[in-house]
Design a protein around this ligand. Structure first.
Ligand code: 9WN
Length: 443
């Protein structure tokens, strides 16, 4: 019997239509200096979105891809952090919540070295930027060298990693911690439920959710989630975004975040080599981080990496796609690669209606097929797992995932995510990283 898994790769004509559609999304969402994730739901510049977008843009215009990353780096704080949002000053404050009035980066963040402009949030997102910058450089290394691209971005990216590995080593175990559910980029993952129980939510009348003007409430986090997001961000802001002074109500070590740090650290090694600088400190750091990742987060019985809750210093008993993304780390022990592949193909992550990977365990108690990071399948995580499978030589599986990605991206009009049980498109459409990573997988 033929199954969905046997669907053929797109024909040349279908690939051309897909490519045109993806290019259109990226043109429409380009502001002149960077790309918004979505014109409606996310009208500013987001950190890890820009990294994924640059990876796709390099196939259209290397210059534009460089600009995407460099406009983000222009918002870097003196302590090295790259904020998760840079705000477009031309938009009204109620275009997105929380707005610059809430974050107050240019006043409250002064001590941590926030620039006076652009206004930004004070939290961060996963460090995909090193990888993105290296891929953008390699797309046209000659032009990149002539323009001094690496020479400009390398020190900034090195400062970013230094921030994460010093100020954010809150567990003292050599991994970077995240201090807000927005930081790992998987906002309402069930992995945060337990640690978030310790956080008293801000009262509902303390904020107005602009996301519900554009997104369906069933697809989005709940008001209770938002109450906790607001409380945590307010506490951080009130402590001047100082990681030492803040009593972080939420602090976890996330596998995806740290895996991306390792991959980006290896990209810094490659950049250093290209610039005639020493690569060894970066490769040594990547090796050490890989050891720490395995030592602190690997769960051999479950066959995936777990989140470590620093509040109780225990692993969280939930299976999330975040725990599969370390496949992207090149020097992972072979036994772990094998176990991750089994988990990917097993009942927790084999989605019946798509070849993508659900964000959360299909059999898990909190699985919700349409609610954001509690089940839906996302395209950036599929791209990372595709990269991981290819890195470890699993080319057939990588190709199946690539075909699934392209089929779903086209069918869903470049949706933000899809319901893994039906394949229905959810969230916003014409979402930039879905389009950008489509271009990358078509190239
Ligand atoms: C909060 C922009 C971002 C992504 C995140 C995704 C979502 C924001 C929100 O959108 O988060 O940062 O308002 O829900 O969870 O991964 O970077 O696309």
């Amino acid at each position: 019997m033929k199954t969905l898994l046997d669907r053929p790769a797109p024909t040349a004509a279908a690939a051309l239509t897909l490519r045109r559609g993806a290019v259109r999304v990226l043109f429409d969402n380009w502001t002149g200096t960077s790309t918004v994730p979505s014109r409606t739901l996310y009208p500013h510049q987001w950190s890890w979105d820009s990294a994924f977008i640059a990876i796709g843009l390099r196939h259209l215009s290397v210059r534009r891809a460089q600009q995407e990353l460099e406009s983000l780096l222009a918002g870097q704080w003196a302590d090295g952090r790259i904020p998760h949002i840079l705000f477009n000053p031309a938009l009204p404050h109620d275009a997105y919540f929380p707005s610059p009035d809430f974050w107050q980066s240019s006043h409250a963040g002064r001590a941590a070295g926030a620039p006076t402009a652009p206004e930004s949030s004070g939290i961060v997102q996963p460090p995909v930027h090193g990888l993105a910058a290296w891929l953008v450089h390699r797309a046209d290394a000659g032009a990149s060298r002539r323009r001094g691209f690496l020479a400009r971005v390398y020190p900034r990216l090195a400062a970013w990693h230094d921030y994460l590995l010093t100020r954010r080593d809150l567990g003292g175990g050599g991994l970077a911690a995240v201090v807000h559910p927005w930081e790992p980029g998987m906002d309402n993952s069930p992995c945060w439920d337990r640690p978030l129980q310790r956080v008293a939510p801000a009262p509902p009348d303390a904020f107005h959710r602009a996301d519900l003007d554009h997104g369906h409430p069933a697809d989005r986090p709940t008001d209770l989630d938002y109450g906790r997001y607001v409380r945590l961000a307010t506490d951080y802001r009130e402590a001047g975004y100082d990681d030492r002074a803040t009593r972080h109500g939420f602090a976890v070590e996330d596998p995806c975040f740290n895996a991306l740090l390792i991959v980006s650290e290896l990209a810094l090694a490659a950049m250093a080599r290209d610039l005639g600088a020493a690569a060894e400190p970066h490769t040594a750091r990547a090796e050490e981080l890989t050891r720490r990742l395995v030592g602190r987060l690997w769960d051999d019985d479950a066959g995936l990496f777990r989140v470590r809750d620093l509040g109780s210093d225990t692993l969280v008993d939930e299976r999330s796609v975040s725990g599969l993304i370390p496949l992207v780390v090149p020097h992972l022990p072979t036994g772990i690669v094998g176990r991750l592949r089994e988990t990917l193909d097993g009942p927790h992550f084999t989605a019946p209606a798509t070849r993508l990977v659900p964000s959360y365990d299909l059999t898990g108690h909190a699985f919700a097929p349409t609610r954001y990071w509690r089940g839906p399948a996302w395209f950036n995580t599929a791209w990372l797992i595709h990269r991981g499978l290819s890195t470890h030589g699993h080319h057939e599986e990588a190709e199946r995932l690539r075909q699934g990605f392209l089929a779903e991206a086209g069918r869903s009009e470049f949706a933000e995510y899809v319901d893994p049980t039906t394949g229905a498109a959810r969230g916003t459409r014409h979402f930039s990283w879905t389009a950008a990573l489509t271009l990358d997988l078509l190239s």
